[in-house]
Write a protein that binds this ligand. Structure first.
Ligand code: TPP
Ligand code: SF4
Ligand code: MG
Length: 293
């Protein structure tokens, strides 16, 4: 951890819930990006965590925008900085609802135009700020306030959707692995063009586990293989660190599910669906990493 700078860009005493993964992830994102950074934040938990004007918990400029507009705003901003000869990092920091559902059109447009920016989706698998409604990123079987019997549809594969735009860099990360996250943000910002980072954000109130277990839950997600750490740099796929071992010998998925109240009473069909999706995804990534497809 010694390579991670001591400077803090999120100040103390934010309004985040105890154990919040969103603020934890952003803390390391900003340590990697440094002070010459502008954040573009659509409506989400982070737009509350940042504080209410004129006060703010953020030590970098933040531009708040409507849900559907984040990537479009970032496009204009990136172009303006470029024309002014500035190298300022433009980073969208958005939730899963704002990315896989409401902001997907602007996201697609920005990636198609090869906008020079980094889009980060922190994925707590629900609309957290408004009380945990299901999003397109909520997994099968998870109970949310709008899926009280458990969600019946699969989690949208946003990584595959973004990959179809052939970005310079696409990677996954997890709040439980800050060094991996830090290095991926640094690498993404060192590359030209459009970059996408999808970060799993285990959310204590949303997933219904106690607040000291955020990191443990993230590690279990990776160890069980339900969340795979990988990078796709100029199209070449690499499976990272702990996911290499997890794909050979995964921890039981039941252990991950049992620790979360949102999966209470999940039926066997939903568990089987989660397992087969994870296995298919692992196989596809392994084949890509070996250059087979
Ligand atoms: C167009 C529009 N619809 C709905 C809302 C209300 N709203 C604000 S934040 C939010 C939830 C965002 O969820 P997500 O993007 O997953 O971020 P999280 O809150 O989980 O951090 C919603 C529905 C809004 N601000 N604008
Ligand atoms: S609901 Fe989850 S992501 Fe949102 S502030 Fe609370 S812990 Fe963080
Ligand atoms: Mg969310």
């Amino acid at each position: 951890m010694t390579e991670i700078p001591k400077e803090e860009y999120i100040l103390k005493c934010t309004s985040a819930c105890a154990g919040c993964p969103s603020s934890l992830i952003l803390r390391y994102v900003l340590k990697a990006a440094g002070p010459d950074t502008v954040l573009v934040v659509p409506a989400c938990c982070t737009s509350v965590i940042q504080g209410i004007y004129p006060n703010t918990a953020m030590n970098v400029p933040v531009y708040n925008v409507a849900f559907a507009a984040a990537a479009a705003c970032a496009s204009g901003m990136s172009e303006a900085f470029s024309k002014a000869g500035k190298k300022t990092n433009v980073i969208v920091y958005a939730g899963d609802g704002g990315t896989v559902d409401i902001g997907i059109q602007a996201l697609s447009g920005a990636f198609e135009r090869e906008t020079d920016f980094l889009y980060i989706c922190y994925d707590n698998e629900a609309y957290g700020n408004t009380g945990m409604q299901r999003s397109g990123s909520t997994p099968i079987g998870a109970r949310t306030t709008t899926t009280p019997g458990g969600k019946i549809h699969a989690k949208k594969d946003i990584d595959a959707i973004v990959a179809a735009h052939h970005p310079t860099y696409l990677a996954t990360a997890c709040a439980a692995y800050p060094q991996d996250l830090f290095k991926k943000v640094q690498k993404a910002l060192s590359l030209p063009g459009s970059k996408f980072l999808h970060v799993l954000a285990p959310c204590p109130p949303g997933w219904r586990f106690s607040s000291e277990k955020t990191v443990a839950m993230g590690k279990l997600a990776v160890r069980s293989g339900i969340w795979i750490l990988f990078e796709r740099e100029y199209g070449k796929v690499t499976i990272n660190g702990p996911s290499k071992a997890a794909l050979v010998k995964p921890a039981p998925l039941e252990e991950y599910l049992a620790g979360q109240g949102r999966f209470k009473g999940i039926d066997q069909n939903a568990i089987d669906a989660l397992k087969s999706q994870a296995a298919a995804r692992a196989l596809h990534l392994q084949r890509e990493a070996e250059g087979i497809c």
